[in-house]
Design a protein around this ligand. Structure first.
Ligand SMILES: Cc1cc2nc3c(=O)[nH]c(=O)nc-3n(C[C@H](O)[C@H](O)[C@H](O)COP(=O)(O)O)c2cc1C
Length: 371
């Protein structure tokens, strides 16, 4: 009964979390612009708190210094030009945000609105930031930040804004680090998507990630892993191996075979293709190597030994070792906590923090929810 209540509590907790994780659990890019250093201090504090990477937006270098009405007028005129469609030069470009789960934007307020260089950065990168989670932190002397928030939303209509924007003004500048810390603690991001690959294909010292198909053949293949196959060369485009057992099959002609395709020929022949070509044969898809660009080189021209194993992301959390991560693994962790024998400590310590506790259960729940 005690165990049942604990399990129910955990499930309620899991549902209320709905996949949200703190900023420290996602890969954050803290991008900031600064004219006089205040926003830079804020960005540094935020990056420290969330373990994020800092990126400074560099302007064109023409804003009049020291800060005076001349600066304000220059910036104001430039903003009028922006509103008329002419954007200033900035000297910062990001090729891709793929490596980041969250982008934290830190900007000063200029003349009641977002500082021109940051506005321009968002404008230039809007399509790359589409679908990204973003959070906003603004510094001003005294003005309110409503227009800055509107600027951000207007430039990034397809991004997901997370949390309440942070505002630092002259009143609380001396508390930047504690305000940054408190704010970062309020941010809840969606858990990052699981890596594409759920399979590893290992050839010699080269490891490829691969993604299994969502079908009975792939399920049966998965249940056989890990396994090492001695694969035969054929036709300069594939390696094949006959298994000793049959897998479920539903063959069809794929038209084009793509390098990296992992197919079942007949009921028991696993084929790993390393070239792209048209075929008239029928196969059942098992999966595909995510990035096959170096596959042909790794496989070579002859027969080759290839190991197929589940990626750690799947095995991590498979506390009872049944090849999948599900509610029975939560029970297994709880069994371990309650002192039941037969559960291995290392496997139950899913987050590898040296103890088995509720955080291991949470990690399994996060994984199950994100599936
Ligand atoms: C061109 C310019 C315009 C500004 N306009 C305003 C304003 O309208 N209202 C305000 O409260 N502060 C204004 N400020 C002050 C900045 O928002 C504030 O000092 C900010 O914290 C500076 O950040 P930074 O040191 O990172 O550049 C302006 C500053 C500059 C340089």
């Amino acid at each position: 009964m005690k165990k049942l209540l604990l399990l129910l509590g955990i499930l309620v907790q899991a549902i209320s979390y709905a996949g949200a994780v703190p900023a420290s659990d996602v890969r954050s890019l803290v991008v900031y612009y600064t004219y006089s250093g205040v926003t830079e201090s804020l960005a540094q504090a935020i990056a420290d708190d969330c373990g994020g990477t800092l990126l400074q937006v560099i302007d064109h270098g023409n804003y009049p210094r020291p800060e005076s009405s001349t600066t304000y007028n220059y910036a104001n005129n430039e903003r009028s030009q922006i509103d008329a469609g002419t954007w200033p030069v900035i000297n910062t470009t990001v090729e891709s945000f793929d490596q980041w789960d969250a982008i934290i934007i830190c900007t000063p307020l200029w003349n009641g609105k977002m500082a021109n260089p940051m506005l321009t950065f968002l404008h230039n990168h809007a399509s790359k930031l589409a679908g990204k989670q973003v959070a906003l932190a603004v510094t001003s002397w005294s003005s309110g930040i409503t227009n800055v928030v509107n600027d951000a939303h207007n430039q990034l209509p397809n991004s997901t804004f997370v949390g309440t924007p942070l505002h630092i003004n002259y009143n609380n500048r001396s508390n930047i680090s504690s305000m940054a810390q408190n704010w970062v603690n309020t941010l809840e991001f969606e858990a990052p998507a699981a890596p594409a690959g759920d399979l590893r294909v290992i050839v010699g010292n080269k490891t490829f990630t691969a993604t299994l198909a969502d079908n009975a053949t792939a399920d049966a293949f998965r249940s056989m892993l890990p396994m090492t196959l001695n694969m035969n060369e054929l036709n300069g485009n594939e390696k094949y191996c006959y298994l000793s057992t049959n897998l479920p099959s539903a063959a069809s002609n794929p038209g084009t075979i793509h390098a990296g395709d992992i197919m079942l020929y007949g009921d028991n022949c696993v084929v790993l293709f390393y070239e792209t070509f048209n075929t008239s044969y029928r196969y059942t898809r098992i999966g595909a190597v995510d990035d096959p660009s170096e596959l042909a080189d790794a496989l070579g021209s002859g027969n080759v030994s290839v190991r197929f194993e589940l990626a750690t992301t799947i095995l991590e959390g498979d506390v009872n070792g049944d090849g999948s991560v599900n509610i029975s693994d939560i029970t297994a962790v709880i069994d371990y906590i309650l002192g039941k024998e037969g559960i291995d400590f290392d496997t139950a310590d899913v987050d590898n923090d040296g103890s088995v506790n509720i955080s291991d259960v949470s990690l399994i729940i996060d994984y199950i929810i994100s599936k």
